[in-house]
Design a binder for this molecule. Structure first.
Ligand code: MG
Length: 373
């Protein structure tokens, strides 16, 4: 799901390198019809969904050997197909929630790249996955790292997670400089080449806040036991500390195909034509405290998960509206955090939201934030 985005394209590159191992059944895309068609042809997909219904004809006309559908409901239907063995969720933002729930409901293992699904609906998603005994394999590099460290720990309980952060493009900037940063500057990520939404989330460090919440759900860890550590080289993808103080780290060059492939081939490891680590060439690895003053979104994420219920959902919805507005040049950088904070204060609190509550909170908060923009 989300095959034309950054993660989707890299996942297909993994398939391209291991055609004996993976077969593409279904591809879904939001708007990029032309690329979807090209992918369907190259990977001989059985079916495709273009979410934007006005692009249906363009895709249908271009594909003769592939079934073509349109709209989000089709995504939710088709992920249940008997031919699907694994669903890679790589859509942008909250839109990933419904199809991810549909896939879990149908008992499909999930390779989860869409972190907003867990940020907004962590409790309902994890409850359903537990009931259906569906594994959720992390694709986010940090969570893949934590998962790999835990695999090496032979069942020992983790004491603390050290979640590493590159610090984003504004790590060394002052608050004043950041306040007047252009969108183009915010889109210049120093380590990772990603889609626009997540790149802005990295600049505000909301992305790291999201990842803390994602880790809380995936590894059933208290937020207080998750420590953010800025590590500009992005070589250590995250670390796990145990009762005795021993720390395991997982390392690699910043290349998303590594965690994507690990989730797709789990529990095996396959060959990958990526850059390998050269330790003498690296010289040194450095670590810093995160700056909660310069990056208020990071604090907001901790506040949201501590308040719990539907507050993280409201945070995510306001952030989605705010980042879209920032990308369109309509608001300033720190307006993103302001809109998020207001949304968290104004949401009608629900301690144990259902799926319907989560969908409603998202809709309402998103609309309200957009109105404020
Ligand atoms: Mg990440």
């Amino acid at each position: 799901m989300g095959s034309t985005g950054s993660i989707g394209r890299q996942a297909l590159d993994v398939v391209r390198q291991h055609p004996d191992r993976f077969e593409v059944e279904l591809l879904t895309a939001n708007t990029q019809a032309e690329l979807l068609v090209q992918q369907a042809k190259e990977f001989d997909a059985n079916a495709v969904v273009i979410c934007r219904e006005d692009k249906y004809q363009e895709v249908a006309d271009a594909l003769t050997d592939t079934k073509v559908f349109a709209g989000m409901d089709s995504v939710c239907d088709l992920v249940r197909s008997d031919n699907v063995d694994l669903v890679l969720t790589a859509m942008v933002g909250f839109s990933g929630l419904r199809p991810t729930l549909a896939a879990i409901e149908a008992g499909k293992p999930i390779a989860l790249a869409n972190k907003e699904t867990l940020v907004a609906g962590g409790s309902v998603v994890m409850d359903l996955a537990r009931r259906k005994q569906v594994p959720i394999l992390p694709v986010d590099s940090e969570h893949s790292a934590i998962f790999q460290c835990l695999m090496a720990a032979a069942g020992n309980r983790l004491k603390k997670i050290h979640l590493t952060a590159s610090g984003g493009p504004f790590r060394t900037w002052t608050r004043e400089q950041i306040a007047s940063a252009t969108c183009a500057q915010a889109l210049q990520h120093p380590q990772w080449n990603m889609g626009a939404k997540i790149t802005i989330d990295s600049a505000t460090m909301m992305n790291k806040g999201f990842e803390m919440i994602e880790a809380r759900w995936l590894f059933d860890t208290a937020p207080d036991d998750i420590r953010i550590v800025v590590h500009p080289q992005s070589v250590i993808h995250s670390m796990v500390e145990f009762e005795d103080g021993a720390v395991l780290a997982q390392m690699g060059c910043p290349d998303m195909r590594e965690p994507i492939q690990f989730a797709m081939a789990f529990p095996d490891r396959l060959t990958l034509n990526n850059r390998k680590l050269d330790f003498p060439a690296l010289g040194s690895l450095t670590f810093e405290e995160p700056d909660f003053e310069k990056f208020p979104c990071l604090q907001l994420a901790f506040d949201a998960i501590r308040r719990g219920g539907n507050v993280p959902c409201a945070m995510n919805a306001a952030n989605e509206a705010a980042v879209a507005a920032y990308l369109a040049g309509r608001i300033g950088f720190y307006d993103i955090a302001r809109l998020v904070e207001e949304a968290m204060d104004e949401v009608s609190f629900l301690a144990h939201p259902s799926v319907e509550d989560i969908l409603a909170t998202h809709e309402e908060t998103f609309a309200k934030a957009r109105e404020k923009v």
